[in-house]
Write a protein that binds this ligand. Sequence first.
Ligand code: 5AD
Ligand code: SF4
Length: 477
Amino acid sequence: MLNDEKVILEERQGEVHENDTSTDLVGSKKLYIESYGCQMNFSDSEVVASIMNKNGYSTTRDIDEANVVLINTCSIRDNAEKRVRNRLTEFKKKKNDNPDLVVGILGCMAERLKKSLLEQEQLVDLVAGPDAYRDLPNLIDEVGTGQRAVNVLLSRDETYADISPVRLDKGGVSAFVTIMRGCDNMCSFCVVPFTRGRERSRDPETIVKECQDLFSNGYREVTLLGQNVDSYRWNITNKGQIKNPEKATVNFAELMELVAKVSPDLRVRFSTSHPKDMTDDVLYAMAKYENLCNYIHLPVQSGNSDVLKRMNRGYSREWYIKRIEAIHEIIPDCAISTDVISGFCGETDLEHSDTLSLMDFVKYDFAYMFKYSERPKTLAERKFEDDVPEEVKSSRLSEIIEKQLKFSLESNKKRIGLIEKVLIEGVSKRSDEHMCGRTSRNSMVVFPKGKGLKGEYVQVKIIDCTSATLMGEEINH
Ligand code: 5AD
Ligand code: SF4
């Protein structure tokens, strides 16, 4: 998630691909698309670009030449919605100059606010929820006939499995591949189950095919995306393909193996794991294949079991610690990151100190840290009072951030002197003389230009670091 409150430690989070262009796509009409929020939204925008491309739209980076402007939105915290509203107000001004311009809202805010953005606030012409993207060309036609168009139906089976996404980061090295949609977990703070609907997995054959195509097109890294990848499950008997009922399903560990086998030169990452569902089988698969990257994002949210219960997370502090121990045992050099929320309903000083002590125990390599933001209709909104004062949320968050910065720096310092295998992502954002890329553990490495080119693997000796970045020099063999 990219958000004002989210602490992004420099480049580790990756680039934000807002309104990137794809000039190789033919089409007389122009689509400008902007994405906010989680990786899933960026991935969805690529599906949208593909659907629109088949209907004669090419994407543009220049909003002033667009016929259609779409904004793919996030509802996870109030700040995320505020940013989108500001942007929509700016789009509305553009519409005053160009009345034919179609402005549409996609994603979680579209689902959450439905018709109100259209009817009460009159900010947009079109509203399409996360399962309605195939309907976009029809909705745009409806707008053309003077109507305001809405489709916010959630589906039990839409996975856009057959759609080959248009990659908006042209010439890229790393791509997102959605493997499942929706979430059935109902964490009490979270709006996602309401905006993205029920959980459903995508046909593994189409996932593997997409990864093969990406590899053939020069990509060297895929990130498999789902709200809870550990509950990925595809029932093969549904397709009548398999005779042996014992092997009638593909689970996440098996899917990872299938993708790992696409090529040893294709790195595979995934997000997000859920502590209650992450199996040892997934860890064993990671240990077995070098190209399954040594990095796990395992959101803890809180280090106190009572808070976890109120959050409806389905695990305790002790269970979480056991999962961390399993990771260390099975994959000794695995980086671990997390999400933490400060000031959830009823959180006491003591409960907060449990979060800090858990951080001391795990020593995360990286973390995304947030203040609790109450979301309408969630279980927490209905059941608990948002009673931790704003200043307390902020001061607890500062303590959490301060601790994490210390651990991120410590984690990076341990890499000094080591030789890391780095997949080059391109020229560094800060200096034309430097390249940047990631290690298997997902650390960003910056080093002076050498022989290695974008999309190639190089060995880099680490010589220095900050809390966010490793600095090194390419080793020539
Ligand atoms: N308030 C603050 N943070 C939230 N997250 C989800 N919902 C909320 C909320 N209401 C955080 C969680 C989750 C991450 C994607 O966003 O930490 O793991
Ligand atoms: Fe939200 Fe919990 Fe589902 Fe993650 S697992 S999307 S936090 S409900």
